[in-house]
Write a protein that binds this ligand. Sequence first.
Ligand code: NAD
Length: 446
Amino acid sequence: MTNGTATLNPSASSARSCCTPPASAPAHPKLFERVREQMDLAADAAGLAPEVRKILAAPACEVAVNFPVKMDDGRVEMFSGYRVQHNNVLGPFKGGIRYHPDVSLDEVRALAAWMTIKCALVDIPFGGGKGGVQVDPATLSRREVERMTRRFVYALGANIGPGYDVPAPDVNTDARTMAWIVDTYAATMPPQERYRALAVVTGKPVSAGGSVGREKATGQGVVDLIEMWAADHKCKVSDLTYTVQGFGKVGSWAARILKDKGAKLMAAQDVTGAVKATTPAGLDADALAEHAKKTGGVAGFPAAQAITLDQFFGVQADVFIPAALENQVTGQSARKLNVRLVAEGANGPTTPEGDAVLRERGIDVLPDVLCNAGGVIVSYFEWLQNRGGAAWNATEVDQRLREILERAYARVKGMVAEKSLDWRTAAYAVALRRIEQVYAERGIFP
Ligand code: NAD
C-alpha cells in the first residue's frame, strides 16, 4: 500500500500543498464523516479487523493545487483544484474529475472513499481516487475551460499516471476534457514514453483511445441493476415507470436505455427546472436528451408540464433515479417520494436521514457504490484495452459489464440475507471484506 506522499515531478512539487483547502473553499459539511460512519456501520456488521478501519478512515494522499489561467480577455485568474487518493491496496487510484463551484476537499475526500468501496465491491483491480476544480464552467468559454484543464493537469504532474492514478469524467467534464488531459500529460513525457499516455485517463472519445460503450456505461449499469431488482420482484422493466433527477451523462443515458426497454419516463429535473409527462406514454427520453443538450437543461421541453422541485419529488412512478449531486434525498424529500425503488446513479444522493425514511417507508435502495459502478467497470475495460493495444466490440463490453454487475449484485444480496442488513450496509460490508482479505494476505509494510 502507498500511504503518505506520492512521487512528485518538479512541476507538481512546486504547486503541491497537502491538505490545505484555500480559504475560499465553500463548506460541504461532513460528507467524508458520513462515509466514515457508513464504513463503521458496515465494519461492525461484517466483524472487520480494526486495522482496516483505521487505514480507511483517512485518505492515503491529498493533493491541493492553486494555479493561474490566462482568460480570453488577457486577465489571469487563479483556480483551486484537488486530487484525493484514498486507498490503492487493490490497484491504481481511480475516479473522476469534477468541475463545480461547490467542489471542496471534504467533498473530494468522500467521493474518493466511495470509489475505494465501489472498486472493491465489484472486484476490479483499482483503488479509490477523485479530483475536482472549484469552478462553474458555464461562466468560462470553451478555450478557457481547455486552458484551465491543461494547467490543472500540469499542476498535478506525476500525481496522476497510467499505473498510479487514473482519472475519468464526472460532473461537468466529458470525453473532450479527457482528450485534453491525455494530450497535456503526453506532452510532459519523454517522446519514447508517450505511447503509455493513453491510459492516464478513461472516458476518452472512442476516436482518441476511448472504449465503445464507456459513454453510456454508468447509465447502462443503472438499468442492468434495475433489471436485476425487477426480476427479483417478479416484474418486467417494460412495465416500469420512472423519474430522473439530473439529465447529464448518467441520467440521460439511463433514461434513454430504459425507454428502449419500454419503461415510461414520468418526470425529469435538473439545474434548469423540472418537467412532467402530460400523458401515460411518458416523456420521450431521446427528445428530452436532445433538448437538454441544445438548451442546457430539461426546462422548456415542449409537450411537457413545468413543475416545481417539490412536485417533482412527489410524482408517482416505480423507480426514482437520482443522477445529479449529493444530498438530494433528504429526510424531507424521502417523505415525498412516491416510488418503490431508488436507483442511485449519482454518488451520495441520499443523506442518512433520507436513508432512514426510505427504510421506514419500505422503499428499496440500489446504493450508489453498486448502482453507478458501470462507469468504473467500463473504465477498467478501456484501461485494459489501452494497455494491451486492443479494441473490444460493443457486445463484448456490454456482456462483460453485465457479468461483473450480476456477480456484485449476487454478493450484496447474499450479504443482505446473511447478516439481515439493508442494501447499502451490505454493499459496504462486501467491499470491506474484500479489502480486509488483501491486507491480511499482504500485511503492512515494513
Ligand atoms: P453531468 O455533468 O453530465 O450531469 C449532471 C446533471 O446534474 C446535469 O443534468 C445538471 O443539470 C444536474 N444538476 C446539477 N446540479 C443540480 C441540482 N442542484 N439539482 C438538480 N440537478 C442538478 O454529470 P454526470 O457525469 O452525469 O454525473 C452525475 C452524478 O453521477 C454525479 O453524482 C457523479 O459523481 C455520478 N457518477 C458519474 C459517473 C460518470 O461516468 N459520469 C459515474 C459514476 C457516478
